[in-house]
Design a protein around this ligand. Structure first.
Ligand code: ATP
Length: 352
């Protein structure tokens, strides 16, 4: 178990600032998912941590020991940090056992360690198989076992599930997380998939243009995003202007909006206009006959199975999307419905 700290790390390729002063801490034994749009520097960050790239500025420390920084560049083979790439890159001519034992000393290979990590990834008894006799998902499991075998300080996973179909992805990421936990490994998972990041990781970091905009527990990043960009990147978001009707309520402050009063936990200071962010699943859609305070016109309904999205037109002309359970009675397009926001929301002020 190791704690990883990145302080202001920068990496430039020609005119491109791939990393422009990224800060990040991964607590010991945690799995942190890095999310961000294509080209924001996720892979470069992993390559710098692994030691395949030299930093232009900043510092990387493992358990307080600097492995990269001014005048320091510990080579990759001495960092005890491993990368699992998108496609596991197993040695095709070696058995599963020999692939997993590849980086181990002769003594470790003779110990139970290989079988132990194969069991962790759900492949107990597969040691004699050759890689081409395994499915894509099983090959990725072997790649993870091979990475875990030497008990690295940190394990880096670069979109390791992206080539797999949806059902297999879900199963594999759950098992890989369990394997990392059982082995006490500290990990960074790079993914394009917001759902994957929020569901699998203890911590989520959101990157943009070479910087980490926010990192923290998945629930915190989703519910209390640092800004509107992060809010929209990690999930669907509805943004509403708030009026001047501010009043204290239990659990925060109520703001008046086109969706009725909305509670925010923290009222931002300053004097600029207020924008409130609501997640679509916080918007409850009821029948108009229930006598709701706020009504809207349903202008669309998309059924997704587990849930459905309802597009609504508010009285002030704002168009919003609500997410309702899949088992709810479908709203009729054109009908007037009641709307109400549940739970606590997030607000920002425009710069005055
Ligand atoms: P993706 O999600 O598409 O894989 P990413 O977030 O992993 O993207 P990086 O691959 O780290 O992004 O790239 C960050 C920026 O650095 C991009 O603009 C990319 O074109 C540039 N870049 C990365 N590697 C190199 C290189 N070896 N030479 C030149 N430019 C590079």
């Amino acid at each position: 178990m190791s704690r990883l700290e990145l302080r202001g790390i920068a990496k430039r390729y020609g005119a491109v600032d791939a990393l422009a002063g990224a800060d990040l801490t991964v607590p010991s034994g945690a799995l942190l998912a890095v999310l961000g749009p294509s080209g924001c520097g996720k892979t470069t960050l992993l390559r710098c941590v692994a030691g395949f790239e030299r930093l232009d500025a900043g510092e990387i420390a493992v358990d307080g020991r600097t492995v990269a920084g001014p005048g320091v560049h510990t080579p990759p083979e001495r960092r005890h940090i491993v990368i699992v790439p998108q496609e596991g890159a197993l040695f095709p001519h070696l058995s599963v056992r020999d692939n997993v034992g590849y980086g181990l000393s002769r003594e470790e290979r003779r110990s139970d360690r290989v079988e132990e990590v194969l069991t962790l990834v759900g492949l107990s008894g597969y040691g004699d198989r050759m890689p081409h006799h395994l499915s894509g998902g099983q090959q990725q499991r072997v790649a993870v076992a091979r990475a875990l075998a030497p008990r690295p300080s940190v394990i880096l996973l670069d979109e390791p599930f992206s080539a797999l179909d949806a059902a297999l992805r879900t199963e594999l990421r759950r098992d890989v997380r369990a394997a990392l936990r059982a082995d006490g490994a500290t990990g960074i998972l790079v993914t394009h998939d917001q759902g994957e990041a929020l569901s699998v990781a203890d911590q989520v970091a959101v990157m943009r243009e070479g910087r980490v905009l926010q990192s923290g527990p998945a629930v915190e990043v989703y519910r209390a995003p640092a800004d509107a960009w992060v809010a929209a990147f990690v999930g669907e978001a509805v943004f509403l202007r708030a009026g001047n009707g501010v009043r204290p309520v239990t659990g925060g402050t109520a703001l008046s909006t086109a969706l009725g009063p909305i509670t925010v936990a923290e009222l931002p200071g300053g004097t600029g206009d207020l924008t409130v962010m609501v997640r679509p699943e916080q918007i409850r859609v009821t029948t108009a006959s229930a006598g709701p305070a706020v009504t809207a016109t349903a202008i669309g309904h998309d059924f997704h199975g587990h849930d459905a999205t309802v597009t609504l037109h508010l009285a002030d002309g704002t168009r919003i999307t609500a997410r309702v359970p899949g088992h709810a009675v479908p709203v009729t397009v054109g009908a007037t419905v009641g709307v109400q926001v549940e739970g606590v929301c997030r607000a920002w002020r425009d710069r005055a």
